[in-house]
Design a protein around this ligand. Structure first.
Ligand code: C2E
Ligand code: MG
Ligand code: MG
Length: 758
């Protein structure tokens, strides 16, 4: 599966493609084909002045032509079209033009890659030019022509060695060694060296590679000043090839400090991005050695290859970093998007559809927080491995966020197979991971979206998958959702709500409804649960189901939650002052985010102090699914709350995953049995109701049990018989504003009985 986009391999393919060519035009043709693939461009052309040497795709004369910069690439976008221009070689009049007709414009890393490829092409074209020149000069003299052709071929062969090393992404020092060795053997000289300028101090040179140097000299000369570096220093300063031989009356000497006996030497500047970054040097001990124009051309060709090697290394690294997640090696979101754009364009043409799957890990944060980042990293790599193992070579897998992965499914056009693949992948993630000798299990949620026929909008498709993922998250861990158009409406509604929620507390739009909780043995009200409502100026009353999770995600829950706590305690204290001795309990729901805040115990203590409510009259409810997150930290926090004297309840019990072992560890007093179980009572169900067993479990642990969602009189008796202590539900009373509950509580008939056991 193509989980990695490899610019290294692209560069290799490119150099491979052009290095076999024997004339300028065939090299240009090979280059445009290869570049179109590497750069994912719709059109690629190589131009020489006004002439077109080669083109792939269609050149539109009306398109923008960015001015060709001396170094690097220039990029211009006009509408959906993005055009990239790079000069091929210096002062050659040749340039590269790459065009994308839609999708994402060229990014910097791609411009760098194009620059690197152009530099490699420039060298090949220069070598071919050189060869053509020699053929022309040699003309009638067959002996000389044969000799020149041999030299030309050898040069190309030696350069190919270097090019292959670049293509292989060999370390730079290996490539440099290939260059000095190549120059030395081709020129038949005793010594070759590559000296590079110090990045911090350009007046100093380092020996980057030597060939034929005695060790002693190498060690002495590993660092030298430009002035002490003879012809190499001169070549660098003058930015031109410098030659010294016995016959030349040049003021400069050959004394590169190397050794006596050097009769002739020459050095060529090494350029990278139009700066002279070093020099390539050869020397001979033969007294008759004269460096003619052909020798100079050879040295120049090798010196230019140093620049290409540096450029390629930089482009490859830059591209790799820009397009890959350093931890997992998977494609980055930028690369994924890029692929998606092209896949969509292709699909639109072929009238097919494209499927995108987004995966989100559930409990990743817990692993990270509990076992540390190293464990989190191992888990992510493990997830990446399992996902990629479950995909085909043609699929693309990318890491999007901390714990989010994206998949582009190739050739899957129907919902069913997409669902099957996703389910299989989800199942693979449910198998335990072994991390640092410990078994870790996680779950995931996933959203799937398909492009519409002819759809080219990558962002819309990703957004669809994201909406489906959001819906799946709301369904709970392990769920997979397929995008449906209605989800967009939900999203828009949420976005609007989020804006308004910010002001809800300060604008006094929140209020509390209270739902009585009764003693099942006699129907007397023992207390109330406070349930928040949002009186939205336009939308009317908004249910907590619609905004608590949003408040939780955005963090507004902290202010909403402390308002609720304060208001509920204030109200309860007031009721208890009016009804001395009634001992009315108040129950307040806490969200996951509130529980995790270290200042929660202080907040609760402060509210109790300010409102004067007796701590034992306050019950804090936490849903089961929140409890099992990060168990140790939660247990610690619950003990601190217990120490204040308040009671703790597990809400929605039976819907999470808590095992008995967990339950024992939580210092809770009350178990609230979820409505789901209560619904089963009195209904003809195939199996027996689970409620008695859950009530029994609660009693075994010494907890008070409360049944939620009692809607029907017929549910009351079985609950009481199975030992359930208290109940709450529409049958007794709906949640209602304080004023109405009050009537119920202070009813002139005063019994506070809200139902009769039939
Ligand atoms: P919950 O804590 O389990 O509250 C019980 C929910 O069941 C309430 O929904 C209540 O109106 C509803 N309910 C009670 N009896 C019946 C019945 O007989 N039949 C049916 N169908 N439903 C019944 P509500 O008020 O919409 O609240 C929903 C959830 O929102 C609550 O579930 C709680 O988890 C959360 N919530 C409410 N207020 C707050 C709050 O102030 N803070 C936090 N963090 N969460 C809150
Ligand atoms: Mg509750
Ligand atoms: Mg509940």
């Amino acid at each position: 599966m193509s989980m990695t986009f490899e610019p290294g391999r692209s560069v290799a393919a490119f150099i491979e493609a052009i290095s076999g060519t024997s004339d300028v035009v065939s090299a240009a043709i090979a280059a445009v084909d290869s570049m179109a693939a590497v750069l994912a461009a719709d059109t690629v052309a190589i131009l020489q002045d006004r002439a077109v040497l080669a083109v792939r795709g269609v050149l539109d004369p009306g398109m923008p032509q960015p001015r060709v910069p001396a170094t690097g690439a220039a990029c211009e976008t006009a509408g959906a079209r993005s055009v990239l221009t790079v000069a091929i070689g210096r002062h050659t009049g040749r340039r590269l033009l790459a065009v994308r007709d839609g999708g994402s414009p060229f990014v910097d890393a791609e411009a760098d890659l194009a620059t690197g490829l152009s530099a490699a092409l420039a060298l090949q074209l220069a070598a071919l030019d050189h060869l053509a020149e020699q053929r022309r000069y040699a003309g009638s003299d067959t002996e000389a022509a044969a000799q020149d052709a041999r030299t030309g071929r050898m040069l190309l062969e030696q350069l190919a060695v270097v090019q292959r090393a670049v293509a292989r992404r060999a370390p730079l020092n290996e490539i440099f060694d290939a260059i000095t060795a190549g120059a030395r053997s081709l020129l038949g000289d005793a010594i070759a060296a590559l000296a590079m300028r110090d990045g911090d101090d350009p007046d100093m040179l380092h020996l980057a590679s030597t060939c034929g140097f005695p060790d002693e000299v190498r060690h002495r000369l590993w660092r030298a000043s430009l002035d002490a570096a003879g012809v190499t220093g001169q070549a660098i300063r003058r930015d031109e090839i410098v030659v010294f031989d016995g016959s030349a009356q040049a003021p400069e000497s050959a004394d590169d400090g190397i050794e006596a006996g050097v009769q002739a030497a020459m050095a060529a500047p090494v350029r990278h991005q139009d700066k002279v970054v070093g020099g390539l040097f050869v020397a001979s001990r033969r007294p008759d050695r004269v460096y003619g124009p052909a020798d100079q051309a050879v040295l120049t060709a090798f010196a230019e290859h140093v620049g290409v090697a540096i450029e390629a290394a930089r482009a490859v690294d830059g591209l790799y970093q820009a397009f890959h997640d350093p931890l997992t090696g998977l494609a980055s979101s930028a690369l994924f998007r890029n692929r998606l754009v092209h896949t969509l364009a292709l699909a639109a043409r072929e009238k097919s559809r494209v499927a995108v799957v987004l995966f989100n890990l559930h409990r990743f944060k817990t692993v990270n927080d509990t076992f540390g980042h190293a464990a989190g990293d191992l888990l992510l790599t493990g997830v990446a491995e399992r996902l990629s193992a479950g995909l085909r070579a043609t699929d693309t897998l990318a890491r999007f966020g901390a714990d989010e992965f994206a998949i582009l499914l190739a050739g899957v056009e129907q919902a069913e197979p997409a669902m099957e693949v996703t389910e299989r992948l989800a199942a693979s993630l449910r198998r335990p991971f072994w991390i640092g000798g410990r078994e870790v299990t996680i779950d995931s949620t996933a959203g799937i979206a398909f492009s519409a026929l002819g759809e080219r909008d990558a962002d819309a498709l990703l957004q669809g998958a994201d909406l489906a993922l959001t819906a799946a998250k709301q369904d709970g861990p392990g769920c997979i959702e397929m995008f449906q158009p209605g989800m967009q409406v939900v999203r828009a509604r949420r976005a609007g709500l989020e804006m308004d929620l910010r002001h809800a507390v300060e604008r006094d739009q929140l209020m509390l409804h209270y739902q009585p909780i009764v003693d099942l043995s006699d129907g007397r009200v023992t207390g109330c649960e406070a349930l928040v409502r949002w009186a939205h100026p336009e939308r009317g009353t908004v249910s907590p189901l619609d905004f608590i999770s949003l408040a939780e995600e955005t963090g507004y829950i902290v202010s909403v939650g402390s308002w609720v706590l304060h208001e509920a305690c204030r109200q309860a204290a007031e009721w208890n002052r009016s009804l001395p001795g009634a001992g009315l309990h108040i129950t307040v729901n806490l969200s996951a985010r509130q529980i995790r805040r270290p200042d929660l115990p202080d907040l609760v203590a402060g509210v109790l102090r300010q409102t004067g409510l007796a701590p034992e009259l306050l019950t804090l409810e936490i849903t089961e699914s929140v409890l099992v997150h990060d168990v140790d930290a939660t247990v610690h926090q619950l003990h601190k709350l217990k120490a204040l004297g308040v009671r703790l309840a597990i809400d929605d019990f039976g819907t999470g995953y808590s095992s008995l072992a967990y339950l024992r560890r939580f210092p809770v007093d009350i178990l609230k049995i979820d409505k789901m179980f209560v619904d089963d009572i009195g209904v003809e169900t195939p199996g027996a109701s689970l409620t008695p067993a859950i009530v029994g479990l609660g009693r075994t642990l010494g907890l008070v049990t409360v049944a939620e969602g009692i809607e029907d009189a017929s549910q009351w008796k079985p609950l009481l018989e199975s030992g359930c202590d208290q109940g709450q539900g529409y049958y007794f009373a709906r949640p209602q504003p304080a004023g109405e509950v009050e009537k119920l509580l202070f009813d002139a008939y005063g019994s506070r009985v809200v139902g009769t056991l039939g």
